[in-house]
Design a protein around this ligand. Sequence first.
Ligand code: PMT
Length: 402
Amino acid sequence: MALRGRRVVLGVAGGIAAYKAVELCRRLVDAGAWVSPVLTEDATRFIGALTFSALASEPARTSLFGGPEPIPHTRLGQSADLVIVAPATAKLLGKYAAGISDDLLSATLLATRAPVLVAPAMHTEMWEHAAVQENLATLRRRGVHVVDPESGRLAGGDVGEGRLADPSRIVAAAEALLSRGRDLAGVRVLVTAGGTREAIDPVRFVGNRSSGKMGYAVAEVASGRGAVVTLVSTQSRPVSESINVVAVESAEDMHREVLARFGDVDVVVMAAAVADFRPKVIAGEKLKKREGVPEVVLEPTPDILGALGESKGAQLLVGFAAETERLREHAADKLARKHLDLIVANDVSAADAGFEVDTNRAVLLDSSGAVEETPLLSKVALAGVILDQVAARLGLPPEGHP
Ligand code: PMT
């Protein structure tokens, strides 16, 4: 149902399983999708473009050049609701992971912001090769969805893992992906992002390394899934127009702005790194070096999540825990102490997770004791995992909030 009226680019790479993409194309069309087939040159050695042209919603494309459109990859990429690549060969996955765009399909993959679903198919030895698995891990980390291959008969009479997933599984994955696209429609989500700055004097502050990337990822993904998003942030990063940004600087500012909106939201996700302490006294003028080393006395800041936890009604409260040791233990303590529904614990001592980087790895603990551990993911992909849990806890039907 979710495929009805949606624009799907069906990429077909050059493998023996290309013939099964014909059946996939037919099923996508039957499900109501507008299907634009794109075949690589290698794919045309296995299956004719004419076959796809006859079954799809528009003629199959096979080249960046020579067609009626001057820049077909950007048009296809920008207008797509979903890009599916089936079969995705080792070569195609390698090019996509490396960002190489030397034909229409690889260029379209780089030119799209739509979700991408790849269905790999290749011989078992190739499928198990470290290069292929690492490329897939890279793509998964960037948020690409994968329908894993099945075991069975392969080309040349071999048997093993690497057979293209059945077209019905690929269609089901596409349906699920597009359904999820709007599952937060109408849900009011408040997200915080960035590190607070606690003034010492008019030019100096106590701060931390938070870039806001994690919070912005949650805000963008929630908005993309239909939520009405308010982002209370200390950072100024590019953001979709649909997101209402409230700029703040200190923990006090964030406390004020979040509490003022708490009654009007359904979900709060506190990804901000809020300072626990601030200078007790803020000097009115810039402190002078010649007057010696100042003594900065600190006092606690307001605990924003703690305050929300105390006063919450039906809202869902999601906190983060930035830890450098005993991750689960400290996170479980914060979950209970701040009356949260869910906490996302990240190890901020890791070089590839936590502050500033584009990736993160988390353990999600909820108030019922359930635990979900993620691998290293892009912050966008982790935002998706967090929002899946939010949607499930809100009891939202797959196709949207009533
Ligand atoms: O911004 P990035 O560079 O992308 O980095 C992401 C991140 C590491 C900042 C993010 O993933 C993260 O861990 N955010 C929470 C940081 C933090 O302040 O953790 P904490 O364990 O100190 O606090 C626990 C929770 O209480 C957090 O949700 C925090 O927002 C909240 N808190 C903390 C102090 C305070 N005074 N008020 C609060 O509400």
